[in-house]
Ligand binder design. Structure first.
Ligand SMILES: [Zn+2]
Length: 149
């Protein structure tokens, strides 16, 4: 798997994930210091809880595994400006519930896993996958949900 130690890869988006001590990726979220509400994508302020007036969110590691809440399959390449490979292959998208955080995180599912392989309630874990290769030859990575090995 491409990761933090691969010099030929860079994140497609900065700051949305990091690695634990074992080198496994986790998403980075924001957590309200006052009421404990989580947000993803991460941001530094503006707690989403309408009953909370805190304006400080701390950056925290989110759970690496969650359960499928819903999923679908994308059979068409995304429109510009989103990068799409010329040899477009259908891919699955899963909304995964992180129970500890009370979040549902939507992401692409790892290449090779399609909707027929998924079911609501099954456990998926976070992985990284090449989204595209940039002009300088770096593989740009994005986060995906994948079936645990
Ligand atoms: Zn709050």
């Amino acid at each position: 798997m491409p990761g933090a130690t691969d010099p030929q890869s860079l994140p497609a988006i900065e700051g949305w994930w990091a690695f634990d001590d074992a080198g496994n990726p986790h998403l980075t979220g924001g957590k309200c210091a006052a009421c404990g509400t989580y947000v993803f994508p991460p941001r530094a302020n503006n707690c989403p809880n309408p009953a909370c007036d805190s304006d400080v969110l701390e950056l925290v590691a989110l759970s690496q595994r969650g359960t499928v809440w819903s999923y679908t399959e994308n059979r068409y390449p995304p429109p510009a400006p989103y990068p799409a490979p010329e040899d477009f292959q259908p891919f699955a998208i899963a909304a995964v519930e992180l129970a500890a955080e009370g979040l549902i995180v939507l992401a692409k599912v790892a290449e090779g896993t399609l909707a027929a392989d998924l079911r609501v309630g099954m456990e998926l874990e976070l992985g990284l996958e090449r989204l595209y290769t940039d002009e300088a030859g770096f593989e740009r990575l994005t986060y995906v949900w994948r079936i645990p090995a």
